[in-house]
Design a protein around this ligand. Sequence first.
Ligand code: ADP
Length: 516
Amino acid sequence: MKVQIRSKNHKVSGVGIRGQLVIGFTLFVLMVLIIVWIFQVLLLDYFYEKTKLSELGNVLDGIETYLEDSELDSICADLAGQYDVCISIFRVADGELSELIIDKEVSPTCLIHYADKTSLSSYYHEAVNSSDGTFTRKYPLVRSGFGELTKASSELSSDRDRMKFDKKDHPPADMSDGMFVVAVSVKALTDSEGNEYAAFINLKFTPVNAIEQTRSVQFLYIAAVVVLSAVVFALIFSGRIARPLEKMTRSAELMAEGDFSTQFNEEGYRETRRLAKTLNYAVDEISKTDKLRRELIANVSHDLRTPLTLISGYSEMMRDIPGENTPENSQLIIDETRRLATLVNDMLDFSKYSSGLEIPELRIFNLTESVRRTMSRYNELVRMHGYHIEFDANSDVFVSADERMILQVIYNLINNAVNYTGHDKTVYIKQTVKENGDVRISITDTGKGISESDMSHIWDRYYRTDNTHVRAVTGSGLGLSIVSRLLQLHSALYGVESTEAVGSTFWFELKTYVNN
Ligand code: ADP
């Protein structure tokens, strides 16, 4: 029987793993690129200039420190070489620049050496008036034709009446439009004797924005390559994640349609492999349940239908046909009704005990007495049908267990023994107390026994051997599985020994309760 499950359209809209990863990767890469662009393109000039100008400060600080040092000249030469700056130090008299005491020229584009004394003086005054005694100014160097000086230098030397130390009358050789920036910094200094000085520094540097276009083009190439790689990587990774999931979805669809032989491929990443493993486990379990459900439907429909058909058939016959209202027919209806009741009760008991909701309520009771009481239920059978049920017990034994459950175990086992015993209609029940203090109840019949192949299945639900029984056996196929479940709930040992054509002995053991 194949269960048909309406196949539904499980298509889900929205972005998949692939789309998600491609979008995510691209956005991430774009974000990184934007950050890099901000720092490397937009703010680089700012940082670069800041670093360069701080170098000017370092040189001025150095000069201030060694102002009175006899080695000042060589120190200035070192600083000029180290920082690639021109240094000029003037003595100051009456607030104006006078004698030039140090003059280190390293750059042919030095503005100090182009400036006239008036311009330099005005710089010095700016420095004197500033809070930290320093004044700095930047000039872009622009060449405006051979023989002419830069904008900056022309500004500094309007009348071209240059200071005597300015020996240049040719334009700087390495100037080209916008390629360089010159910063002139001046600091007003005073030595310990109160003499005043003006230290001029000239620093030439290449502003980074001079190569901005080159950088932007390069940046665009880098961005294109990086974004492309991000998309490719995202596609590769997402493929590795999505492919096993897509396969699993197909398997799950098959499973949903009732194909429990479906297996989920355990491939891909650890998580997907784990998911597949779990789904395989789930499908195995579902297939077991499905098998059980099918068996159940088959057995129950057969077992319930047979007595019901008989009952309704005989009742109608007794009602409609005169003379059929016999005690035998009534007995048959009674038997079938009992059989039905047994089956329904067993089914209810079994589902109750296997649901895990029922837990044993342990109480101390007389096990020997319980066996006797169960035996007494067969008194009539013994009297009327010549059964012989023997109970061999030396003493009364107490156990701590769920009495109701143990009574059911004893009843089911005696019932089977009575049902399956041989023609001598004999059942032996024996109680033995073992050395370890456990009590064993064994129930032996003289029936045809249980074959080797059936032995491992008799405890299974709905398992019934296809023996032709000595008498009409009204079993449900659930008796032993209920026994096994109840004894497992008590963590008790139980088992069966059987020899074909000789008989079977079913037994279980419980711990005796010793009052001390
Ligand atoms: P049932 O209601 O059919 O007796 P059980 O679960 O009690 O169901 O038993 C399962 C099967 O085990 C029985 O159908 C029968 O074939 C076999 N069986 C149980 N008890 C005995 C016994 N004492 N002797 C021989 N076979 C037995």
